[in-house]
Ligand binder design. Sequence first.
Ligand code: TYC
Length: 128
Amino acid sequence: MISSIADSERSCPWPVYAGDDHDSDGSPDGDEQVGIATKTRAKPKKPSQFKVLMLNDDYTPMEFVVLVLKRFFQMDLEQATRVMLHVHQKGVGVCGIFPYEIAETKVNQVMDFARQNQHPLQCTLEKA
Ligand code: TYC
């Protein structure tokens, strides 16, 4: 509410004071810059990163895991074989680190592809 308008010119019959940025229901009336942050962050937050993890199981063929790592994580045969063997021996391994949405998409792609081929391969996310 602009307080310089004379009482008679205003549609509301009650007095309005400078700094009154609330309607009778107590909510801000929208014409004051209430709650608008104008300060720029000194340090903009970079989007948080997520690890895509591959889990071992007893049934998925090694060749299929290698194919997955090549197809969805752009690894060459040597890299993919190394990561697959690491998962096979240790139980879990990192396929890559990505912003949340990309990591989530990769997990879904791997899980869908494994399901389509009837393999129990599991893939998950973990905050990096
Ligand atoms: N352990 C599986 C086998 O012996 C191979 C395998 C490796 C499966 C990595 C899953 O994420 C995996 N056939």
